[in-house]
Design a protein around this ligand. Structure first.
Ligand SMILES: [Zn+2]
Length: 269
C-alpha cells in the first residue's frame, strides 16, 4: 500500500504537469492525496465500463489519459452520467488521476509510443509547446521510415501496428512515404504544420472531411487511425512506467490495465 501522493509524484515525474496545455485539467481529480492505494488500474478514459471494471477488480485508483472531469461543474447530479460516475467512484473510495496533454508531450508518452509503434526513426519535435532543461517540448513527433514505401502499404502498416480494425486514408497522388508526422488523438488542426514541415503523411485521429481534403490539396497524405487507435497504445506503456517508478517504494502495489475499455466506434460493413 502506498499513499496516493507517492503515486502522483511518480506520475508527475513521468508526465510533469508543467508540460500540460493551459486549458487542460490533469492531476488528481477524485479522491485525496492522503488515501492509501494498493491496486491501480490504467485506462484511456474513465467511462462507465472502466468504473465498473475498477470496482470489480478492486482497484483503489484509476490513472487515465483523458481527464474524468474536464469542464467546470456546477452540479453533481447522480441522475446524469458524469455525476453518477463520480458518485460511484467516491462511494467505492476509488481515486482518479489524469495525465493528458502532459502525457502527449512527455518523452516516452503518447506520441513517442505512437511513433515507436510505427517504427519511425530520427524523431524530432512537431508542434512546439515550450522548452524545459534546454530541450524543446512538443505535441506530436516527426520521424522517418527506414525506407520509402507506397502510401497503400504504409496505411496497411499503420492498421497492423496499432491493432485497429481499419484506418481511413486520404491519399495525395502517388507520393512515396518516408517522412511521417504523428499526433495521437485529435490532431487535424496541425495538418498545415505537418505539410509545411515536409511530412509525406500525417497520422492522427478525428479528421473531418474538409480537413482531409485540405491535406490532399497541400500534397500530403493523411491516415486517420482513430482517436482511440492512436492513443490506446500508451496505456500499457504508462502502466509499465508506473511499475518501474514505484518498484523501489516501500509498500505493495499492483498495477494493471483495463481489459474492458473499447473504442466508442465500431465498424459495421
Ligand atoms: Zn485524446
Amino acid at each position: 500500500m502506498l499513499s496516493c501522493q507517492v503515486i502522483m509524484n511518480a506520475l508527475d515525474h513521468l508526465a510533469p504537469r508543467s508540460l500540460a496545455e493551459d486549458w487542460d485539467n490533469p492531476g488528481l481529480l477524485v479522491g485525496s492525496f492522503a488515501q492509501k492505494v494498493s491496486r491501480i488500474m490504467v485506462a484511456l478514459d474513465v467511462d462507465d465500463a472502466v468504473v465498473d471494471e475498477a470496482i470489480e477488480r478492486k482497484a483503489d485508483m484509476i490513472v487515465a489519459h483523458h481527464p474524468a472531469i474536464f469542464h467546470g461543474m456546477k452540479q453533481l447530479r447522480t441522475d446524469l452520467p458524469l455525476g453518477r460516475r463520480l458518485a460511484k467512484l467516491v462511494t467505492h473510495h476509488i481515486a482518479v488521476a489524469a495525465a493528458h496533454t502532459n502525457l502527449d508531450i512527455a518523452r516516452g508518452g503518447v506520441n513517442d509510443v505512437l511513433a515507436a509503434r510505427l517504427g519511425l526513426e530520427k524523431l524530432s519535435a512537431f508542434v512546439v509547446t515550450g522548452e524545459s532543461d534546454g530541450e524543446v517540448e512538443s505535441l506530436g513527433r516527426i520521424g522517418t521510415l527506414p525506407a520509402p514505401v507506397s502510401i497503400e502499404d504504409f496505411a496497411g502498416h499503420v492498421k497492423t501496428s496499432l491493432h485497429v480494425s481499419h484506418v481511413r486514408l486520404a491519399a495525395a497522388a502517388n507520393r512515396p512515404v518516408r517522412c511521417v508526422a504523428v499526433c495521437g488523438g485529435a490532431g487535424a488542426e496541425f495538418i498545415d504544420k505537418a505539410a509545411i514541415r515536409g511530412a509525406d503523411v500525417y497520422v492522427t485521429g478525428d479528421v473531418k472531411y474538409h480537413e482531409a481534403q485540405r491535406a490532399v490539396e497541400l500534397g500530403m497524405h493523411v491516415v486517420d487511425a482513430g482517436h482511440f487507435g492512436t492513443e490506446f497504445p500508451v496505456v500499457s506503456v504508462l502502466a509499465e512506467h508506473l511499475r518501474a517508478a514505484l518498484e523501489n517504494e516501500r509498500g505493495e502495489i499492483e498495477i494493471f490495465i483495463t481489459n474492458r475499455q473499447q473504442d466508442v466506434f465500431q465498424v459495421v460493413i
